[in-house]
Design a protein around this ligand. Structure first.
Ligand SMILES: [Zn+2]
Ligand SMILES: [Zn+2]
Length: 161
């Protein structure tokens, strides 16, 4: 993960919040998929960095994505294919998009069962350790090798409650 790598390096290493660092990673991901990092894709990465939570396509446009809707769909699909962007299902029919964890930080989601809004939640280390322990249970009970985890909390957002 970017944040971790930056912590391990010297103080002169760019922090994960520095724009160039994230763009370098996306550029490399696109290259591996034989795609170019166009201005439209760069704009989407910038807007997704600024929203602070997974957003729908209308929300992406509200947040400043200025490209046509057809370009937006195509660019999102390509960013998703190369691993830079993740698409999330929610409790409504609208897909939501966020930057992949290696471009942000490890987090979990709280989902509104009324309107489908999703917010990010960063959990304390003790809870993360407990979630890692769950991997041992999966191995013992079902013989799975677990390499990551996701946790989704479902409730009612501030607007809907
Ligand atoms: Zn809500
Ligand atoms: Zn976690």
């Amino acid at each position: 993960m970017l944040g971790y790598a930056a912590d391990m390096a010297s103080h002169t290493h760019p922090t994960p919040s520095e724009i160039s660092d994230v763009h370098d990673v996306v550029d490399e991901q696109l290259r591996r998929s034989r795609q170019r990092y166009t201005l439209g894709r760069r704009e989407l990465v910038e807007v997704l960095r600024s929203t602070g939570r997974p957003v729908t396509i209308p929300e992406l446009m509200q947040a400043g994505a200025s490209q046509s809707q057809s370009s937006l769909y195509r660019n999102l699909a390509i960013l998703e294919q190369c691993g830079a962007v993740h698409r999330l299902a929610s409790t409504d029919d609208a897909a939501r998009y966020e930057l992949a964890e290696e471009l942000s930080e490890h987090h979990h989601h709280v989902v509104c069962s009324m309107c489908g809004r999703i917010d990010d939640v960063v959990l304390p280390p003790a809870i993360e350790r407990a979630l890692s322990e769950a991997a041992k249970e999966a191995r013992e009970q079902r013989d799975y090798l677990v390499d990551s985890h996701r946790l989704e909390l479902v409730g009612t957002c501030a607007v809907c409650s």
